[in-house]
Ligand binder design. Structure first.
Ligand SMILES: [Mg+2]
Length: 376
């Protein structure tokens, strides 16, 4: 089998999620948005799909991947990684991830197996945490510590066993004392048994981060995420040495699993972090095995079908699937109208079950895409 072409399918949908000045998501008025779907086609008629990708990515991928054997995912991944050095936009880590996941989807569709079984399955379900949007100024949204507590209680009633606050960030913050007040209000509301985490403003000073971490320890939080610029590895070494609470990272830092290796060696965090937007399933499994060898936990960042398949194949914790981002004004399950069914349904015990369907497990709504398709 050979790759015969890479295509971008673009379509419109109505989004109720807007972005603030730093790109963080919040509820907004319904507006037109564009989603893309990457299709990798083969000379034998089999296809693989992954949502995301750009036309610029597809142009370059057609130049370098047509004629390759789609079963050679590792060879293709190494080729893309090397080519990325001089093509950082077209072959961003995110786009390499899309191409890699479309190849995994193709393999699953050909064999009739979900990706996590192809990788070597470990579990069929994973505990989820409710992951909030960042704080805002919407009355009754996420505008006060009390509002966070109300939302945490609502999630607890839905079955969630864990809840992660994203604190206030510009233009609504930051303010470490207000973050702590929200964390305290949530802990007091949900009681001692719910696992709680904080992902706060990512550019606090060392002193602010240390203050936050010590307050979270008093509230028995499970982990503390990205309170400072992740390019300052020394700041994370400094923080991690002083705190008992688990520091998680790096999340957004570039450099794939190589960066995670350096953080582990330097003791810059207690739990490592990776996701499929940093080079796909192939890269995330490399990070998982790296962490396993060092006896370090890996918490998978973000949701979606690729991350879920990886969680199904990780023999080390990864304790949780990040379900979100959630907001009291939004129905999370209505945010992917291009799928016939939600990829990460939550059961009453707080688990998300991994789809047993082939490939990434997506039921793509081709009628919706055809009705809303836009320009070539
Ligand atoms: Mg985060």
């Amino acid at each position: 089998m050979k790759i015969s072409g890479i295509e971008i399918i673009a379509f419109r949908y109505t989004s109720r999620v807007g972005r603030d000045a730093e790109g963080h998501a919040h509820p907004s008025e319904p507006h037109d948005a564009v989603q893309t779907l990457t299709r990798i086609a083969t000379d034998e008629g089999a296809d693989g799909y992954c949502f995301g990708g750009s036309r610029e990515m597809a142009r370059l991928a057609n130049e370098i991947l047509v004629g390759e054997d789609p079963w050679n995912r590792e060879r293709i991944w190494q080729r893309l990684r090397q080519y990325q050095r001089l093509a950082k936009t077209a072959l961003s880590d995110h786009n390499i991830g899309v191409l890699d996941m479309a190849l995994w989807d193709l393999a699953g569709r050909v064999t009739g197996l979900p990706v996590y079984k192809l990788l070597g399955g470990y579990r069929d379900k994973v505990l989820a945490y409710a992951s909030t949007m960042c704080g805002d100024d919407l009355p009754g949204g996420l505008d006060t510590p009390e509002a966070y507590a109300d939302f945490a209680e609502m999630c607890q009633k839905q079955g969630y066993k864990a809840f992660k606050l994203h604190g206030w960030m510009p233009p609504y913050g930051p303010d470490p004392k207000r973050d702590v007040a929200a964390c305290r209000a949530v802990r007091e509301r949900v009681g001692p048994d719910m696992a709680l985490m904080l992902d706060c403003y990512h550019d606090y000073s060392r002193e602010e981060a240390l203050y936050l971490g010590r307050e979270l320890e008093k509230l028995n939080f499970t982990w503390f995420e990205e309170p400072m610029n992740e390019h300052s590895v020394s700041s994370y070494v400094w923080l991690t040495q002083q705190l008992d609470i688990a520091v998680v990272g790096p999340e957004t830092a570039e450099g794939k699993m190589y960066t995670r290796a350096e953080w582990i060696v330097r003791g810059a965090s207690d739990i490592s972090r990776y996701d499929v937007a940093h080079g796909g399933i192939t890269a995330t499994m490399k990070a998982a095995h790296l962490c396993e060898a060092f006896g370090v936990r890996l918490e998978v960042h973000g949701g979606g079908p690729g991350n879920l398949q990886v969680l199904g194949a990780m023999g080390i914790p990864g304790g949780y699937y990040e379900r979100g981002l959630l907001h009291p004004f939004l129905d999370y399950e209505e945010q992917t109208p291009w799928l016939k069914e939600v990829i990460d349904p939550l059961d009453s015990e707080g688990y998300v079950h991994i789809s047993p369907k082939p490939g990434l497990g997506m039921e793509i709504d081709w009628d919706f895409i055809a009705a809303n398709r836009i320009g070539e």
